[in-house]
Design a protein around this ligand. Sequence first.
Ligand SMILES: NC(=O)c1ccc[n+]([C@@H]2O[C@H](COP(=O)([O-])OP(=O)(O)OC[C@H]3O[C@@H](n4cnc5c(N)ncnc54)[C@H](O)[C@@H]3O)[C@@H](O)[C@H]2O)c1
Length: 422
Amino acid sequence: MKDKIKVGYVGLGRRGRGVLKKCISQMADVEVAYLCDLSQERMETGKQYLLDQGRSEPILTKDYHNILRDPTVDAVFLMTGWDGRPQMAKEAMLAGKYTGIEVGCAIRLEECFDLIDTYEKTKVPLMMLENCCYGRREMMALNMRELGLFGEIVHCDGAYGHYINDEDTFKNIGEENPPHYRFPHYLNRNCEHYPTHALGPISKVLNLNRGNRMLKLASFATKSVGLKAYATERFGPDSEYAKLPYKHADIINTVITCEGGETILLTLDTTLPRAYYSRNFTVRGTKGLYTEERKVGYLKGMAEPVENNEKEFFEQYDHPLHREYEELGTRGGHGGMDWLVCRAFVESVKAGTNTPIDAYDTVLWMCIAPLSEQSIQNGNMPVDVPDFTNGKWKSREPITEGKYCLDKVCVDKDTKIFHDIE
Ligand SMILES: NC(=O)c1ccc[n+]([C@@H]2O[C@H](COP(=O)([O-])OP(=O)(O)OC[C@H]3O[C@@H](n4cnc5c(N)ncnc54)[C@H](O)[C@@H]3O)[C@@H](O)[C@H]2O)c1
């Protein structure tokens, strides 16, 4: 068990800077030895965050290979956009560094196979830093599953319902900056490219890769009019952006079937005005349900109708990790889950164990985009979901138990959530 780890941190865009400032820079057991970005200015901003916390000055580099070549670095955080990141992750694993990658999709299915081959060859842990797996309601659902409160689970819903035309897709467009990394995906692709905030927690609730697996997937896409309508209104009907042939549908629904007989419905909904953000995290079973959209938990026998009772459910069924976290006071972004996912990764690196979201989970969640693209291109035909475990899902190596375990509810009071700088 290491007391302290040394990391390289790649990608200081909006997400990378946020996580560095609110989480990593405040962890006394993590030394950020390198910051890497293509932009000198962003690296300088990141350096300042570290200095503001009294941390040592990192080496700044525009080439991530410099981090991979340093044998003293234990782990890398890859916080760049989606393109080119699987290659970066592969190289990091080959260099023997624990590899944490931000959420996002694969562009090609081959990238997923390549990452799994690399994992099988090196056994270097690869973890998607899917913060929503550590959300309070998502972890409560895990706890409820363990307590048998859902009965037999039959179906899960999830969504990325987030209108991001202003915030991401068209942000800064037309100025000096190149378009946002998501923009080409909206222009050139038509697929479920952002499933993981919902699918990650659902995967864990359904034991995917450990006793259960995905079988098939089919995706259904609406017409694409929201992006053009937005661009016409913002830039004018004769503008370049109003005339582009956007391929991305406004709403894409994807149905996934599982070996255990469950279905998963994922909805990608990011280009039409909507009043609120939602991941629509929903679990349905023979004895009860939890649904984020209505903030309702329901167990058979409860008096109906049930309205907005999430708070009472937290009081009764909070995951032990969140019970402790709420008492201490949550930190970092997104209601505290950013902090937890970073700690989950860091604790695995310190302990030298596999990560709670492992390489098989990571590639399974990444492969949804190319598979759904294939399904839509083929008139919504179901597509087989590859078994990246190659049969091992039936009988996997034992899980690593601990505070951040997502395969089982573990009570672990010894591992501290906060490691404050003295
Ligand atoms: N988990 C969450 O809640 C959450 C929220 C937002 C974004 N994200 C994810 O975070 C990632 C980054 O998103 P963002 O909005 O910060 O994007 P961004 O475009 O703002 O930042 C990406 C950064 O990576 C840098 N970069 C790109 N290629 C590089 C390379 N080869 N070497 C070094 N630096 C390189 C860019 O210069 C840029 O600064 C995406 O995968 C996104 O899906 C996650």
